[in-house]
Design a protein around this ligand. Structure first.
Ligand code: GRF
Length: 192
């Protein structure tokens, strides 16, 4: 899993994967900064790595080292959960279609880093979560699963995001479970 922040989605998946009945394991957690969420991985004894773009001349050079770190663990699936960086094409192509992202809106509505704020500003009455295969665009890849929820009148972006994340954590656990059990086949999404 790759994260950039608090890692509540990571924590939820670590908790789920702690059960012997759950068919997926988290092999490692990477971040683009010393993210708070890395402590969740450390709690479970899962290896972590940080590859910061600030240490590289280009996004491509950064992503190459990030990919090397990922490949070291030979994962079947890479999950972006609050990883707030745009990844270059070479990185996406190397992992596609086994690279998924969770996003706090009903895509294609409100892509990008401010999805929750944008939904409120647009006057939407409903929003949600999308889990999708990552392609070379920003939040444009094929959808795997979506779940919606109502936006409450006058709700702040912070409060709404917290409610979205409750739904998001469940959907992520269910989606990774379905992938691990071959109920969702990522190869049906065309390889780039
Ligand atoms: C999630 O809502 C994710 O979709 C968005 O940022 C949030 C990360 O939350 N991109 P957390 O770090 O998993 O708590």
């Amino acid at each position: 899993m790759l994260i950039s922040g608090g890692g509540s989605n990571l924590r939820a998946l670590l908790d789920a994967a702690d059960s012997p009945l759950y068919p997926a394991r988290i092999l490692a957690v990477g971040a683009d900064n010393p993210a708070d969420g890395l402590t969740h991985a450390e709690f479970y004894g899962v290896p972590t790595f940080v590859v910061s773009p600030a240490n590289f001349d280009s996004r491509e050079a950064w992503a190459e080292v990030l990919l090397d770190n990922i490949n070291f663990f030979k994962p079947d699936l890479v999950v972006l959960a609050g990883f707030m960086r745009i990844l270059p094409s070479e990185f996406v192509r190397a992992l596609s279609p086994n690279l998924i992202n969770t996003h706090p809106s009903l895509l294609p509505l409100f892509p990008g880093a401010h999805a929750v704020h944008d939904a409120i500003t647009a006057g939407a009455t409903e929003t949600g979560v999308t889990i999708h295969v990552v392609d070379e665009g920003v939040d444009t890849g094929p959808h795997i699963a979506q779940r919606s929820l109502q936006i409450l009148p006058g709700e702040s972006p912070g409060d709404l995001h917290e409610r979205i994340k409750v739904v998001e954590r469940d959907l992520l656990i269910e989606t990774v479970l379905a992938i691990a059990e071959n109920k969702i086949t990522l190869s049906q999404f065309s390889k780039l």
